[in-house]
Write a protein of this length. Structure first.
Length: 283
């Protein structure tokens, strides 16, 4: 089935009802979701979107994997739910900005437009509550080396979905026996010096771009490796992915930036729900 944008509205169905008051942030950055692939954890992303609220929601590229949809059509209920939740947030007043990446490249034809409450941009500068100016972009155009080894970060090889399914099963087993999550991409970055050098060259290129733009930091995606660190006085933030890590970058209401993941948001939501129920019980 050819891919030419979002799936037709006729394919959409009613999404789950929100369960509770959301965890509130000033801004949330999400990238590399790869809707349209069987390895995307759209179910977890939908839950995170339903449990959070923010003034701004940045979709930092590779949200829909048009490459895989052209090769083989895959789109289930959880994928519908993610798209619907994003539109609902935009309609409710959240400032939603979509920065197309190399996997959802067809949307780059729409850069500069505002469609159904969603702003489509190539890059932009976000100013935090603490006054930090952060350049936000997907990052693929700074990937001169890593792109030659796409198997390191996701969806370019037919072997990758099989590997990711096996990895998910292995980590489920590790969780049952009390072992921590084992990250394939982290293992490769640590064990393969050459791959690690490629990742560092990507980070350095983005930091250099931030320096040229005169900003305090850069927020990107693309390489499926969540990271937040200071490099030469520039804050480098990569929000990770929703194939392996299920990670996001968030700005809290005080203006602090931090990495979080699906599990952490669920725990925070449960904690706030419990505190709210206890407070109501005391009244």
């Amino acid at each position: 089935m050819p891919f030419d944008g979002f799936p037709p509205a006729a394919m959409w169905s009613r999404k789950p009802v929100k369960r509770r008051e959301p965890v509130r942030f000033r801004a949330i950055w999400i990238s590399d979701v790869h809707l349209g692939t069987s390895t995307c954890r759209a179910d977890r992303l939908l839950e995170l979107l339903q449990l959070t609220d923010s003034e701004a929601l940045y979709l930092v590229g590779d949200i829909i994997d048009s490459r895989e949809l052209r090769r083989r059509w895959y789109w289930d209920q959880s994928h519908n739910g993610v798209v619907q939740e994003i539109f609902e947030k935009a309609n409710a007043g959240t400032r939603v900005v979509f920065i197309p990446g190399n996997h959802d490249e067809p949307f780059r034809k729409l850069i500069g437009l505002d469609l159904a409450g969603i702003r489509i941009r190539d890059e932009l500068v976000h100013v935090t509550a603490q006054g930090k100016r952060m350049l936000v972009l997907h990052g693929d155009r700074f990937d001169s080396v890593v792109s030659k080894a796409r198997w390191l970060h996701g969806c370019g090889s037919p072997v990758a979905p099989v590997m990711l399914k096996l990895l998910r099963k292995m980590n489920s087993w590790r969780a049952r026996i009390g072992l921590p999550y084992w990250s394939l991409s982290r293992y490769l970055a640590v064990k393969m010096k050459r791959a690690d050098a490629h990742l560092r060259s990507f980070e350095d290129a983005l930091v250099e771009e931030a320096g040229r733009k005169g900003v305090d930091g850069v927020i990107c995606g693309h390489i499926h490796q969540p990271e937040m660190r200071n490099i030469g006085g520039v804050l480098y933030c990569n929000d990770g992915d929703w194939v392996e890590h299920q990670s996001v970058l968030v700005e809290d209401l005080s203006g602090e930036l931090r990495l979080a993941d699906w599990h952490e948001i669920i725990v925070q939501s449960d904690r706030e729900q419990l505190c709210g129920e206890m407070a109501r019980a005391e009244l």
